[in-house]
Design a protein around this ligand. Structure first.
Ligand code: FES
Length: 167
């Protein structure tokens, strides 16, 4: 019996159907597993220095949002706000700054800065961070991440990788 005739039988059709469904299921499960196994080989995107403003634009003791383009490539006409991301920048002294990631260390929601109580607040599950970024309360397992920072030619630069969009 040739293959075409064999497949025309109920038993042949069921065998082919089960193999197809099993193969598809294996493929669906296998791709993430292969991705997980190979993930250590994938390089993270490079960090680059990003200009966030002149030193004199920031007041000592204040924390403000700094918005910058996250991609160093050409800006597309349709990029809009997707081209922007932000960090929180605190000026500690004449030449001392701290740049905080704008994302909660619990599940990544953008945190808000409240000037009067001088805290970062995460609106998603209520984590609270002190002005220095350390955890004050809530489910966040650690303080806010900070970026390497430098001052060059009177301008503040932070070193950050690509991030989700926050405007
Ligand atoms: S994401 Fe911020 S508390 Fe959960």
């Amino acid at each position: 019996m040739n293959l075409a005739r064999k497949l025309m039988t109920r038993e042949g059709f069921m065998t082919l159907f089960i193999l197809s469904v099993g193969g598809l299921g294996g493929l669906i499960l296998g791709i993430p597993i292969i991705g997980f196994v190979l993930s250590p080989l994938i390089k993270p995107p490079p960090s680059v220095w990003r200009d966030v403003g002149a030193v004199d634009n920031f007041k000592i003791g204040k924390t403000v949002a700094v918005v910058y383009d996250y991609d160093q490539g050409p800006v597309q006409a349709w990029s809009g706000s997707t081209q922007k991301t932000k960090a929180w920048l605190r000026r500690n002294g004449p030449s001392s700054f701290t740049a905080f990631a704008a994302y909660c260390t619990h599940l990544g929601c953008p945190v808000l800065w409240l000037q009067d109580p001088k805290i970062f607040l995460c609106p998603c599950h209520g984590s609270v961070f002190y002005g220095d970024g350390s955890v004050a309360g809530g489910p966040a397992p650690r303080g806010l991440f900070t970026y390497p920072l430098r001052i060059r030619n009177g301008r503040v630069e932070i070193q950050a990788v690509k991030q989700p969009v926050v405007t």
